[in-house]
Design a protein around this ligand. Sequence first.
Ligand code: RUB
Length: 321
Amino acid sequence: TDPEPAAPVGETAESIATMEVRGAATIASAAAEALAEQAEAAAEAGETASDPAAFRASMRAAGRALRETRPTAVSLPNALRYVLQRMEGATVDELHRSVVDASEAFVRQLDRAQEDLGRVGANRLADGDTVMTHCHSTDALACIEAAVEQGKSISAVVKETRPRQQGHITAEQLREAGVPVTLIVDSAARRYLDEVDHVVVGADSIAADGGVINKIGTSGLAVNARERGVPIMTAAQTIKLHPETLTGHTVEIEMRDEGEVIDARAREEIGEIAVENPAFDVTPPRYMDAIVTEHGQFPPESIVTLMRELFGEGAAEPWAD
Ligand code: RUB
């Protein structure tokens, strides 16, 4: 078997697993950067510095360590695929260079894609609109911030997003962007939908049928938005498209620790009960008005065309043993 990866990829894997680094796009760029740092370290140290096969093996092991951190955001394996499929060369020096170049190209593309999709999403928002957000999505924020940059006056109702309250991060960043923010608990969302013109969420993965996998609560919000007649868009750069769903695979929903839901004392007081803590859910395509990507906006049902075009080669696992 391949050798265990030493730091630095181990540090990044730990930060992703503990959610110090979180959110699908941020996880993807951290993973790509960790592979470059790993290549740097492997090109200098011990056996891997002089043996191309050992270097490749150490990069595959690094890919596996990153892949195993969190299961739902497909941007993570898509980032690993992008970098590791471009690893090439006969010498360690060439291999090292190719990994660093691919990692840098990936991060540049990610930044550009987010800017481009931000402009597309902003076009859906009108001057004076109030948006509702769920969780913290850098893609969703890019749309709102681009609308503000276009000179539109936007305000926001921000859902807290239990159990980890990523809504606080969204609230802070929107406030910094000059957007007046009202923070609400998740269960108040339907009441406030009457005051909202648009719901904007992100995505961890998009399935071939147009299903949107995002933070738990997104699907209920989408159903309520439809019932209230409020349009809802998901802002998702194309690294969120899940290639394995083209061949019938489903997206794994991460189940997290019950300690995020209930503390040990309350658990003790209540007695023997089950606690479940799924981190994500699936919004069926019929409840989502548009998927906004760097290639423009799509009705969810037609996203499969773009997925085939960009990921038609399928889901190779260049990190496999
Ligand atoms: C984050 C989450 C975000 C998506 C999109 O969940 O559900 O909406 O990842 O984010 P978690 P981005 O906090 O559990 O990682 O647009 O930044 O990729």
